[in-house]
Design a protein around this ligand. Sequence first.
Ligand SMILES: Cc1cc2nc3c(=O)[nH]c(=O)nc-3n(C[C@H](O)[C@H](O)[C@H](O)COP(=O)(O)O)c2cc1C
Length: 350
Amino acid sequence: MLNQTQQPSDPLPSPRQLSVAPMMDWTDRHCRYFHRLLAPNAFLYTEMVTTGALLFGDTARFLDYNPQEHPVALQLGGSDPEALSRACLAAKPWHYDELNLNVGCPSDRVQKGRFGACLMKEPGLVKECLSAMVSASDVPVTIKCRVGVDEMDSDQALIDFVGHIADSGIDALIIHARKAWLSGLSPKQNREVPDLNYARVREVVKAFPQLQIILNGGLNSVSECLSQWEVFEGLMIGRAAYQTPWLLTELSAELGHPIPPSRRWVVDEMVKYTEQHVANGGRVHEVARHMLGLFHGQPGARAWRQKLSQTMHRPEAKPQLLLDACPEPACFNPVLEDFHWPVDGSVVDG
Ligand SMILES: Cc1cc2nc3c(=O)[nH]c(=O)nc-3n(C[C@H](O)[C@H](O)[C@H](O)COP(=O)(O)O)c2cc1C
């Protein structure tokens, strides 16, 4: 569907215009369901799942998700082309919309497994991994990397890296605009200390016009995103999406995407979702913990956070606590009656 400013001859916008970054322990399926309500068209990413966990662990636990989450990408961590190929095959019955390779995580644990950001120093191996994933899957394959690691820290080095992998069959490249230091900095510091280098990512756009380049890192406001959309086909938002989730709704509105009628409406839908989760044996806090930032900047935001934090972990906590804590009253808007979100407790379980 065209939005108001598009001409019929314009290329269709990328489905990755707006995406929410993979974040360990944060973007689990409850979080993604919440983000889906806030941004019905955004591309969502799972937390990273290693090939080992997927092939030798409880596969369903890692891969099950709610069908409302589409479009949703599975992020894999690994560096053995054969294992990545098997992981892609194992994930096929779950019908993820994209498979993504993590070449950006700098944690010690990940480095010990020889994957994540340290792979930027082995572009030949990355290409083999991506080619194996492309051959084993029938959905787009993408990669998420950094602008550099350690001493590999120049425009040319990044262009050389991208040049190595450009013809591996990938659909898009997500670039976190901060280099990573592989020793001396924690993963958290590696998201804060190295400077953002958007200019370097722009050089990649110029050098590889045929590749879809998605910018990630430090995008926190609508105005910043509007100026970066002038250059990049897509933007990926991480911490800001989690901590100030209504930003996703504001960005969706800028793109002309459908948006939810109000924060209160989102809470109402999340109550229904949480009821399903509890009925299936889950706990309220597993869902509610992702919603603490929903009223950020609004009257009553502090009380909402406090009430949720104090009560959601209690064994007797009920989904109703979301309504009790909600600072926004219910409102009936007949114009929005059509905006019906069919809450579906079912799970894509392969
Ligand atoms: C808690 C947390 C966990 C993360 N886990 C992953 C991960 O599993 N895979 C990955 O590629 N990046 C991970 N990241 C990095 C983000 O995807 C993103 O690249 C980074 O936060 C920069 O974007 P931002 O400045 O918009 O937050 C994580 C970030 C955070 C804050």
